[in-house]
Each structure stands twice: as structure tokens, then as C-alpha cells.
Design a protein around this ligand. Structure first.
Ligand SMILES: Cc1cc2nc3c(=O)[nH]c(=O)nc-3n(C[C@H](O)[C@H](O)[C@H](O)COP(=O)(O)OP(=O)(O)OC[C@H]3O[C@@H](n4cnc5c(N)ncnc54)[C@H](O)[C@@H]3O)c2cc1C
Length: 448
């Protein structure tokens, strides 16, 4: 039988973004009628799952493709997560976040020069970060210098205060806390939204199980699926998507912390780094690879049709924009090379070059492809300007918000939740309040 549930606010998607917003509204607003729906049987099982992302808290210190301006914005936004964890007990916070050293490594004369310039440009932004030379690199990460050609210069940007985050555990904790603050907040797992319509100022949200939810305001936090739901409602026609799929490889443990390479601003999704996997102890995980993979969800070819719809591949303008982006020489050659990483036997032998740049003693036979490990990074394309739009994006409609959240979406989920909470209370109108100042005091002004 059809069951109808009514709420003021409905959040679609139970990853880091949706759950951070639920927590924010439950703790800092007076909205009591609040629900979240998630299509799978557990929270954070898609891109927020630790096996599908790089588990990094991106603050902009070793992300060599960030400009100073971007790092200035991302740092306080991402550092809200460690501040949030201070509100939990030690046991809870230790399952979510591990402190870890991190480095960006420059190899060869031109990278070394670029790193020195970058360090100067970022002066004062990351007080604990410093430039280190070969000797210190050797004592902190001995496998970086082992078997390395001594005639090729190396340099590293080192920060002892990095963080590895289990974003799925974080999502679960947001929901637990949300329900503590607002006992009326409802969370429904195994509820997939199939259609959203609007009738008389009320949204009708159809589920796959014949239930219908009604809400005054809807926030879609479905990452790769957000644009699909937006397009079904006539929003987001200006966007297409480049589908960047990712795999990870494993070796025995050769690194103590996270080591990122220098990254090309044209290919921000391309930097293969190595780090300890917080879900698989005593290993080093290498990746992500970046391949053209026309689906919305990793490993699910059944979502290919949805990718074509999201990317508007029935429209000439979108095809033209996507072709222009994909056939840019640097990107095209990169995607071609990445595709070869999937070829049995040869793939490992080609991929190992990326690994050797960080740990020269690793050989192809040390690498093992992670099974069921990897996610989708769908990068937006502006079809009018034929340009690639990196990072998270948002479409704000009539009492509805669609969040598209590739990296660093998980790192900035609380900040994004704060921005959305403000918009949501404005949308609901008179009588609804969001205590933004309290949230800023708790998680931004408290940062050292
Ligand atoms: C390879 C890789 C590495 C990355 N590394 C990092 C990193 O180190 N640091 C970082 O900050 N970010 C990283 N990211 C990005 C990060 O994973 C995302 O920004 C983040 O997980 C987005 O969270 P989300 O909640 O928006 O999306 P998701 O975690 O994907 O959650 C969306 C949820 O919506 C649900 N959903 C979808 N459609 C429906 C529907 N119709 N009805 C109901 N529910 C629905 C899904 O089941 C899912 O649970 C990485 C991503 C990838 C792929």
C-alpha cells in the first residue's frame, strides 16, 4: 500500500554530504521535521566509503594543483572535521580519523624549482609545513631514497600534521549525533528516489518501494546521481560530465605517511600517490588511476544509461563540449595511457612507473590490483563555455538544491552542510532559524 510521509526538509543521499547536512540542521536549526533517504542498506557506501576514495583530508598544503586562493578557502572548510571530532569521545573519533604525516615530492630539476616557488607563494598559510631535502626525506620515508639515482635532485614539502579520514564512519557518526540532537529526525535506508515532482509548492518524492515522501525543501546530496535527478526536473542543462573512474593498487607497506607527487593543473585527478590504507593495515595503497569510464557508479555497467542521460549525450552542444575537453592533447594522451593500466599483465608494468617515482625499489610483481576498490569522480563540463569545472558544484532551484561533490567534497562536507543549512532555512521562510554563528564558533573560530 502507498504510504505518504510529510517533512519540512528531505535530504537525498546518505554519504558524507547528506549526513553532514542532517547533523547541521539537527544541531543548529529549529527545523524539527527532517528526514534523510539513502538507496542502499548502509550509510556512506558509495564514494564516501574508504575503499572508494583516497581517505585524505584535503586542506591544500600538498595538493600541488591548488592555487593559494583555493587553499585559503579549503583549509578552514576541511579543518571543521577535526574540530567536529573533538566533540566525540576518543574511541569514536579514533575510528574516524588518524593523524598521519604527509609529503609532496618533487623529482627532477624543474619540479624542484616549481616546488620552491610554490612554497614561497604559500608562505604563512601552513605554519607547520616545511621544505625538506634528501637527508631528511630519507629519515622520514626511507623507501623514497632507497635505490634512487643520486644525480636526480629531489625535494619535499612536509607536514607532520596530516589526517586520514574514514568518511563512511564519519557519515555514520553524523547520523548518530543528528538523532541525539533531534529525536524526530528520520533516516530511511533502502529507499531509492526514482522521481521528484512539484505540486502546489510541495515536492512529491517517489521511492522505488511505492512510498511517497512530501517535503517543502529538498536537498539532493547524491554526488554522481545529483545531476541526473536535476535534469529529470529541468535543471542543470548547462552541464555535461567527464566520467573519471578510479582503481587502486596495493603493495606491502613501504610508506609511513601520505606521499603525493607534483600535480598538473590540467589533470588534477591524475596524481598517483601512495599512503597507508586505514581499512587494510600493513599495506601501501597506490592510486587513484584515472580512466574514462562512462558510468555513474564504479563497477556498475547498469548505470551507463544514467551516465548518458546525466551527460546530455543526446544533445549536440554537450557532445561538442565533451569532445573538446576529452581531445585536449594532454588529457587525451593521459586517458589513453590510463586505459592501458587495465590490460592484464601489461597494465601493472605500465602503472609501476608512477609508483617508482615515489618508491624506486617497487617492481611490477609487487603490485596487486585492489578488487572492488575505487570510485567515480564525475567532473562537470560547462557546455556553453566548453570548459571543465573542477571541485564541488551546486545547482540551486526553487526550494531544491542539487550538490555535485567530486574531490574535495568529502573534506568540505561540514562546510557545505553549513552553507546549505543557511539556504534551506531561507527557503522555508518565517519561523525557521539556523544558528550559523554557533556553528562557526564551534568549528571554524575554534581552529588554531
Ligand atoms: C578515487 C577517489 C578518491 C577521492 N579521494 C578523496 C579524498 O581523499 N578526500 C576527499 O575529500 N574527497 C575524495 N574524493 C571525493 C569524495 O569521495 C566525495 O567528495 C564524497 O564522498 C562525496 O560525498 P557525497 O555524500 O556527496 O557522495 P556519496 O558518498 O557518493 O553519497 C551519495 C549517496 O547518495 C545515494 N543515492 C544516490 N542516488 C540516490 C537515489 N536516487 N535515492 C537515494 N539515495 C541515492 C548513494 O547511494 C550514496 O550513498 C575521492 C573520490 C574518488 C572517486
Amino acid at each position: 500500500m502507498k504510504e505518504i510521509k510529510k517533512y519540512d526538509v528531505l535530504i537525498i543521499g546518505g554519504g558524507a554530504s547528506g549526513t553532514a547536512l542532517l547533523y547541521t540542521l539537527a544541531k543548529y536549526s529549529n527545523i524539527s521535521s527532517l528526514a534523510l533517504v539513502e538507496k542502499y542498506g548502509e550509510l556512506g557506501s558509495v564514494n564516501s566509503h574508504g575503499r572508494n576514495n583516497s581517505q585524505s583530508l584535503h586542506v591544500g598544503d600538498i595538493e600541488m594543483h591548488y592555487t593559494r586562493e583555493k587553499a585559503e578557502k579549503v583549509k578552514p572548510a576541511a579543518m571543521m572535521i577535526p574540530e567536529y571530532l573533538k566533540t566525540l569521545n576518543t574511541q569514536q573519533s579514533e575510528t574516524i580519523l588518524k593523524k598521519i604525516q604527509k609529503m609532496a615530492l618533487a623529482v627532477g630539476k624543474s619540479e624542484v624549482e616549481e616546488m620552491k616557488e610554490r612554497f614561497k607563494e604559500f608562505e604563512g598559510l601552513f605554519p607547520n609545513q616545511r621544505i625538506i631535502e634528501r637527508d631528511e626525506i630519507q629519515s622520514l620515508e626511507p623507501n623514497i631514497t632507497k635505490d634512487r639515482n643520486p644525480n636526480v635532485p629531489i625535494l619535499a614539502l612536509y607536514n607532520p600534521d596530516g589526517h586520514a579520514v574514514n568518511y563512511q564512519a564519519l557519515s555514520e557518526s553524523f547520523v548518530e549525533e543528528a538523532v541525539n540532537y533531534n529525536r524526530d529526525a528520520d533516516v530511511f535506508l533502502n529507499h531509492e528516489v526514482t522521481k521528484i515532482t512539484k505540486n502546489n509548492e510541495t515536492y512529491h518524492i517517489q521511492m522505488n518501494n511505492s512510498h511517497v515522501f512530501q517535503a517543502q525543501v529538498v536537498i539532493v546530496c547524491a554526488d554522481s546521481y545529483s545531476l541526473l535527478l536535476a535534469k529529470q526536473m529541468g535543471y542543470g542543462e548547462e552541464y555535461s560530465l567527464v566520467p573519471v573512474g578510479a582503481n587502486f593498487y596495493y603493495t606491502h607497506e613501504v610508506l609511513k605517511g601520505k606521499v603525493y607527487p607534483m600535480q598538473d593543473r590540467k589533470l588534477p585527478f591524475a596524481g598517483v600517490h601512495g599512503d597507508p590504507d586505514i581499512l587494510v593495515p600493513n599495506t601501501t595503497r597506490w592510486g587513484p588511476t584515472a580512466k574514462f569510464y562512462p558510468v555513474l557508479e564504479d563497477g556498475k555497467w547498469s548505470t551507463m544509461g544514467d551516465y548518458f542521460k546525466s551527460a546530455s549525450l543526446g544533445r549536440w552542444k554537450a557532445i561538442k563540449a565533451l569532445t573538446k575537453i576529452m581531445f585536449d592533447r594532454t588529457r587525451f594522451l593521459y586517458f589513453l595511457k590510463s586505459a592501458s593500466y587495465d590490460i592484464p599483465w601489461i597494465g601493472k608494468r605500465l602503472f609501476v612507473k608512477n609508483v617508482k617515482k615515489i618508491v624506486p625499489s617497487i617492481s611490477a610483481s609487487d603490485l596487486r590490483l585492489g578488487k572492488g576498490v575505487g570510485g567515480m569522480r564525475l567532473q562537470r563540463v560547462d557546455v556553453h563555455n566548453q570548459s571543465l569545472e573542477l571541485g564541488e558544484g551546486k545547482i540551486i532551484g526553487d526550494n531544491i538544491i542539487f550538490n555535485m561533490t567530486p574531490s574535495p567534497g568529502a573534506s568540505v562536507c561540514l562546510y557545505n552542510g553549513m552553507r546549505d543549512a543557511e539556504t534551506v532555512t531561507e527557503m522555508l521562510g518565517e519561523g525557521y532559524r539556523f544558528n550559523k554563528q554557533d556553528m562557526e564558533r564551534d568549528f571554524i573560530l575554534s581552529q588554531k
